[in-house]
Design a protein around this ligand. Structure first.
Ligand code: ADP
Length: 746
């Protein structure tokens, strides 16, 4: 039946099941051995049997057949969909060991430091028994520790740390400084979240400090403007624009300038207005220790090391009257998608993959293997309860918690954001109910708290992803009460997030239940289904019983998912060209870094100078000087190229609009030409510097020769501008007008 029901894009798992069944056949023989043999990877059934016995002996867990099936899917380069609690950590470790035994180096990518370390240490004895070495990396690992961890067969690390290491290697000037080995296998935990939701996130390496740009004047100015009169929001709440009255008011306040003739000022005002009208403190960001901390919308928690693009970041800092944080020059950047596509072999695991099957295929050529659960899931998922207003919903939520809590059954409430968690906790406290609130604490602490959410009478309030990856076991007598009861205080922008929240109950055949309370005033509905006619009035309790309610909610969610997919596709179209150019530049750079490409180029371009200097300082010194000069200009020109391309990207829509061209074609045309100039420029500048450089027997005098690398570098993640880039917005606003003008022209 399963095979018949499989969707066309899914992988067939029949062969894995047969292998797992064969592994059963080897079990007795292997169990009798005192010393386990090193598995041969040409016999997967035997490999499974040995891995199973090794796990049983070292971890006291005998992998279930479905865990072996999952491991085989991973070993075959697929994304294994396994529900929460099915034991993905063990499946992943078996697969990673398998790859290592095939002679591949494996990076197991986690979503945070805590999980990377926990999993590496937990699975350590299993790896040891299989003769595979393992290490882990966290944010605070030193360069030496990182190098050691990467030297192991299997390395556990957060995605972002691997990305930052790759970026730092990107500017190394000596092969001895390199940290990350050639990419081989990436095994990705929470694969949908990393490969789809965070795919577009750029990891950035910045250098050379500049004092940040202050924008307080604009911030003060927009505070006096009122919504509906001076400015309007669009339907989806993603865009804000000045009305004619607002424009007049701003122009007057700024001493009678014409805003549309001073684009810098207009940009400042627009950014300030975005920060003021569209970003809400405690929902989109928190202010703590005098700094802005972004809240990651897909995880509902503080995103450390993240910032918005510079202008918006400065505008929010000005809005909160904080000093502007440092901005630097972007030396290089890579998206998570670009980072992962470097690996010749990718595989991953998650509880929710089928819903993003199409994207996994489109962006990574990955197939999904749906792994059945070990025991049937008996969780009771109730239909959504839809309320007319937010107030009705909040009242019902408090009532439902009180009612269920009275029975002693543990409750986990998933909220959409930090401020909602806090409001709910206050309400519950006022009603005399004790609860634990989880949000934006550190990962290890969250894990410890969420692990206790299944104890009798516990009420835990958490933003959706807090404590992800942690097992919730049921306390004494809780199964008889119905197990853990999960209540969602609203549907998420993606059904996968809903499913992950539900999945916290009913693990491994445990009893459990889930329900979502939704209001027609929830942001999901007002943003993504604003035009849908609402169902007829509700009863006294505000509950809407008409079946249209469920339709509206589902529809809003589908629109939200579609919007995100469009944005993902569109960004990828633009970044693909840059990623390709980046690869080409890196290929060249490696030839200079590891070989004599720099020396050869300069010797050929300036033979006289080369001959003269060879006589003075010798081949070796001169070769090294040439390497430093060419590397410097390659890096410098790449940085400039990135800056240029980001300007092109911003301006392209306007230009394309003017000439009625496709913005993407135009971007490519500009990009290809700029890349050609980059290569010429590297050569020209390298020769120029070489001609005038001070090179002695001690080597190149960098300072004298004008070679100034940034004194400090740092890394961060950019959270995408939640409103699209400036000119996407301009385009949206301009298009009706531009179109009218075009019609007139025609
Ligand atoms: P997931 O990441 O899939 O939600 P975990 O890897 O965190 O699941 O494992 C969930 C729990 O199941 C862990 O507490 C682990 O100890 C337990 N577990 C996993 N596999 C087995 C097994 N084969 N036998 C017994 N317990 C297991």
């Amino acid at each position: 039946m399963r095979n018949l029901l499989d969707r066309p894009g899914s992988a067939n798992i029949g062969a894995y099941r047969r292998l797992a069944a064969q592994a059963d056949g080897h079990e007795e023989r292997i169990r009798a051995l005192t010393e386990l043999p090193r598995p041969r990877m040409d016999d997967l059934a035997e490999f499974c049997a040995i891995a199973r016995e090794a796990a049983h002996r070292t971890l006291d867990m005998r992998p279930f057949d479905v865990q072996l099936v999952g491991a085989l899917a991973l070993l075959n380069g697929q994304v294994a969909e396994m529900a929460t609690g099915e034991g993905k950590t063990l499946s992943g470790a078996i697969a990673a060991a398998g790859y290592a035994l095939r002679g591949r180096r494996v990076h197991v990518m986690s979503v945070n430091d805590y999980l990377a370390r926990r999993d590496a240490e937990w699975m350590g004895p299993l790896y040891e028994a299989l003769g595979v070495s393992v290490g882990w990396i966290g944010q605070s690992s030193t360069r030496e520790e990182r190098r050691e961890a990467y030297a192991k067969d299997v390395t556990y690390a957060p995605v972002s740390e691997i990305g930052f290491d790759v970026l730092r290697d990107r500017v190394a000037t000596s092969p001895a400084d390199l940290v990350v080995p050639e990419p081989s296998v990436a095994l990705i935990d929470e694969a949908d979240s990393v490969l789809v939701d965070e795919a577009r996130v750029p990891l950035v390496l910045a250098g050379a400090a500049d004092p940040g740009v202050d924008a307080p004047e604009a911030a003060v100015l927009v505070r006096r403007l009122s919504r509906g009169y001076h400015y309007e929001l669009d339907d989806q709440g993603r865009n804000v624009f000045l009305t004619a009255k607002g424009t007049d008011a701003v122009e007057k306040a700024l001493g009678g300038i014409n805003l549309y003739e001073s684009l810098d000022v207009l940009t400042q005002v627009n950014l300030a207005l975005h920060a003021h009208a569209l970003l809400t403190r405690d929902v989109d960001y928190l202010v703590r220790d005098g700094r802005i901390h972004l809240v990651n919308q897909s995880r509902g928690r503080v995103a450390t090391l993240q910032r918005w693009p510079d202008g918006l970041q400065a505008a929010v800092e000005a809005k909160e009257a904080l000093p502007a944080s440092e901005t630097g020059e972007i030396l290089d950047s890579i998206t998570i998608q670009g980072l992962i596509r470097r690996y010749p072999q990718i595989c991953g695991m998650t509880g929710t993959a089928v819903a993003v099957e199409e994207q996994l295929r489109e962006f990574y050529e990955l197939k999904v293997a749906v792994i059945p659960s070990n025991k049937p899931c008996v969780r009771v998922d109730e239909p959504d309860r839809v309320y007319r207003t937010m107030a009705d919903k909040e009242r019902a939520l408090a009532e439902e918690i009180t009612r269920v809590h009275a029975t002693g059954r543990p409750i986990l409430v998933g909220t959409l954001d930090v401020s909602e968690s806090e409001r709910l906790a206050d309400d519950l406290k006022a009603a005399g109910l004790d609860c634990v609130v989880l949000n934006a604490k550190n990962d290890a602490e969250e894990a410890a708290i969420i692990a206790r959410a299944g104890e009798r009478s516990a009420i835990t309030v958490s933003t959706q992803m807090a404590g992800r990856g942690t097992d919730i076991r049921l306390g004494e007598g809780v199964a008889e009460l119905g197990g853990l009861y999960v209540i969602g205080s609203g549907r998420h922008a993606s059904s996968r997030l809903d499913d992950q929240l539900r999945g916290r109950a009913g693990r491994q055949g445990d009893p459990g239940g889930s329900v979502f309370l939704v209001s027609l005033e929830d942001a999901l509905i007002t943003q993504f289904a604003p035009e849908e006619p609402l169902p007829p009035a509700a009863g006294e309790d505000g509950l809407v019983r008409h079946k249209r309610a469920a339709y509206v909610v589902g529809h809003a969610q589908r629109v939200a998912e579609g919007t995100h997919l469009d944005i993902h596709r569109n960004t990828w179209r633009y970044t693909r060209l840059l990623e390709r150019q980046r690869d080409l530049v890196l290929e060249r750079r490696n030839k200079v870094l590891h070989g004599d490409a720099g020396a050869e180029a300069l010797a050929a371009a300036a033979p006289e100078r080369w001959a003269e200097l060879t006589g003075e300082v010798g081949e070796a010194v001169l070769g090294e000087a040439a390497r430093q000069i060419v590397l410097y200009h390659l890096d410098r020109c790449w940085t400039e190229h990135l800056g240029f391309m980001s300007d092109v990207r911003e301006g392209i829509h306007l230009r394309a609009l003017g000439h009625r061209l496709s913005p993407l074609d135009e971007f490519h045309r500009e990009g290809v030409a700029a890349y050609r100039r980059l290569l010429e420029e590297v050569e020209k500048r390298s020769i120029e510097m070489f001609e005038g450089a001070t090179i002695t027997a001690e080597g190149l005098d960098a300072l004298e020769s004008g070679l100034k690398r940034p004194t400090a570098t740092w890394t961060y993640l950019v959270q995408e501008n939640p409103f699209g880039d400036a000119f996407d917005r301009a385009l949206r606003r301009l298009s009706p007008r531009a179109k009218r003008r075009q019609d007139l022209d025609d």
